[in-house]
Design a protein around this ligand. Structure first.
Ligand code: DGT
Ligand code: CA
Ligand code: CA
Ligand code: ZN
Length: 572
């Protein structure tokens, strides 16, 4: 069983326990789930290596959870979990994925209306049964219906965060085959789009049947949707479809270009070819019947009179015009970040200590990190008040004296109150290196009020960075209703930096807002929003998102060395 499958079980346990009103335990299970979702070494391997004792070294795994992991490894099931499910047989995961529906609500819906899954819920909401329940009301009923609708729209697509690691693993395996000469991932994954419909892989091989046989018999395959000599389509157990095509060597660049897309980009390229009396398709670039390019993408762009266009910006959003003029920006690189500025630790809802986070950051080649635990307004995370923050600052100073090769900055993720004030006093904010501000409550304010609220917070002279500016959670929570043009204007005015939260379920700012922000001359940072050491590698998703928004290195402040970074962060 894969770590993500363990994580799913623990997440569900956390939801069931929360439903029953159990204290503290739900957070413990949730934390472990977080850790497992992103951990590289598999629990099965860890267990094989050192049994229960080794399991207990995984952050957040205590005796009770270690025993549960052991039971699952040994028997393939978990009695504790099955009993919870028997007691309340509801699809807790799907139901709580609906915005505004929490575990406690699921309990009431089950007990009063026998709601077991999303279709039950949709039915009782449509016939107006929910408004009759105590504490629910008609507004809530409408909200639930909207939440269900929102989920339906997104269905069939998975986040890049869920697709990319698995596809890269498959890519790596194919590359190792002696019958494969070259292999590349194309499609929306190569463009690093935030969600992915299906995965498209291309290969060169002189024995394609062998490659097809290998591909359709991988352990992750749930169904073979189609298999020919040079093309196969599979559905993986996690629901993602993957296409593999073997193409001739002389067409590889043309096929890669065609199947990378986007479709709009392809259409625009083909038009340019036509203007020059040429024909472009997935087999190559042709003059009459003569192939004049096609082996590599580079030569295709070159013959078309364009500079090379990075896959992340192939969306027909002006990149073709820029390439014609040789004005494709030099996008921020995947190795350019020197710091990470949004990190939670065991001081609040993170799974690792300050030292552990710092060591992981150093291992990843970063030079500085800011610890930004939540503040008191977010009570469920044990958010810091002024006293606790001051204590943490002193601890960080001590840690910095003993740590080599990395600097820990003092920060906080400060809540923006409903009225736009901050929930930490100015004199304490003044002591911090990095003040991130964020909305974590009252998500449903009307647009005007929400915009004014955030603007007021940005005007606090201590506020440095607006964290996850729109609050969206991909496929789960819509962004709050806020006028981003106005936020961007205010950022410019006040010198507030906007964050690209790299956590793959957030990717907030999204690409189009990144582009607007940098066009307005606003500076950005890219942060992992890590709640565990395993999350810090998410930075690459943030870089991808920034690239999709045309960001260059000098648009991103945490590409700077620490001293320069701090100087640019603090307003003149
Ligand atoms: P996805 O899978 O929905 O996340 O998005 P893509 O971009 O991966 O789209 P997909 O898998 O349907 O097709 C892969 C690429 O193939 C697409 O980006 C562009 C190219 N393509 C597919 N259909 C067409 C088409 O009808 N016309 C053109 N010009 N290109 C197409
Ligand atoms: Ca695709
Ligand atoms: Ca496809
Ligand atoms: Zn936050």
């Amino acid at each position: 069983m894969r770590n993500v499958e363990f994580a799913l079980i623990f997440r569900e346990i956390s939801l069931y326990l929360e439903m029953q009103g159990v204290q503290f335990k739900p957070r413990a299970y949730e934390k472990v789930a977080y850790t497992l979702e992103a951990m590289e070494e598999s629990l099965a391997e860890i267990y094989k290596r050192g049994g229960i004792k080794a399991l207990r070294e995984v952050p957040g795994v205590g005796e009770a959870i270690a025993e549960k992991i052991e039971e699952i490894i040994q028997t393939g099931k978990l009695t504790y979990y099955e009993e919870l499910r028997r007691k309340t047989p509801v699809d807790i995961r799907a139901l709580t994925a609906i915005e505004g529906v929490g575990p406690k609500m699921v309990k009431v819906l089950y007990e009063k209306l026998e709601v077991k899954d999303v279709s039950d819920l949709e039915r009782v909401a449509q016939i107006g049964k929910i408004r009759g329940l105590p504490h629910f009301g008609e507004k809530m009923e409408q909200k639930i219906l909207r939440g269900i609708e929102f989920l339906k729209q997104g269905s069939g697509r998975v986040t890049l965060g869920a697709a990319l690691p698995l596809i890269l693993e498959i890519h790596g395996r194919l590359r190792e085959l002696s019958d494969v000469d070259e292999v590349e991932v194309a499609g929306s994954i190569r463009r690093r789009k935030e969600t992915v419909g299906d995965a498209d892989i291309l290969a060169i091989s002189s024995r394609p049947e062998k490659v097809m046989d290998f591909f359709v018999s991988m352990p992750e395959v749930a169904h073979v949707l189609g298999k020919g000599n040079t093309k196969a389509m599979i559905k993986l157990k996690n629901g993602l479809d993957v296409d593999l095509r073997v193409v001739p060597e002389e067409s590889f660049g043309a096929a890669l270009n065609y199947f990378t897309g986007s479709k709009d980009h392809n259409v625009a390229l083909r038009r340019i070819a036509q203007e020059r009396g040429l024909k472009l398709n997935e087999y190559g670039l042709f003059r009459g019947s003569q192939r004049i390019a096609g082996k590599t993408e580079e030569e295709i762009y070159k013959v078309l009179g364009l500079s090379f266009i990075p896959p992340e910006i192939r969306e027909d959003q002006g990149e073709i015009e820029a390439a014609k003029k040789g004005e494709i920006p030099d996008l921020v690189g995947y190795q350019d970040l020197r710091g990470d500025l949004q990190i939670q630790t065991t001081w609040t809802d993170g799974a690792n200590s300050i030292e552990e986070m710092a060591e992981e950051a150093r291992r990843l080649g970063l030079e500085y990190i800011a610890i930004t635990d939540h503040t008191k307004g977010l009570a469920m995370t044990g958010g810091s008040d002024e006293k606790k923050l001051l204590r943490q600052m002193a601890t960080i100073e001590k840690i910095n004296r003993s740590l080599k090769g990395i600097t820990v900055l003092k920060g906080a993720e400060v809540n923006i109150n409903k009225d736009g004030s901050l929930d930490i006093k100015d004199e304490v904010l003044a002591e911090l290196d990095v003040v991130g501000i964020a909305v974590h409550s009252h998500f449903n304010l009307p647009r005007r009020e929400m915009t004014e609220r955030i603007k007021r917070a940005m005007r606090n002279p201590h506020a440095d960075i607006l964290f996850h500016p729109t609050g969206r959670v991909i496929q789960k929570r819509e962004p709050y209703d806020v006028d981003m043009d106005e936020i961007i204007r205010t950022a410019k005015e006040t010198g507030t930096v906007l964050e690209v939260d790299a956590y793959p379920d957030r990717l907030d700012l999204k690409d189009e807002h990144v582009r607007k922000a940098i066009e307005a001359g606003v500076k950005l940072v890219i942060d992992s929003d890590a709640h565990s050491v395993n999350h810090m590698r998410f930075l690459e998703f943030g870089v991808a998102q920034a690239r999709r928004g045309w960001a260059r290195k000098n648009d991103i402040l945490n590409t700077l060395p620490e001293k320069d970074f701090i100087r640019s962060l603090k307003r003149p």
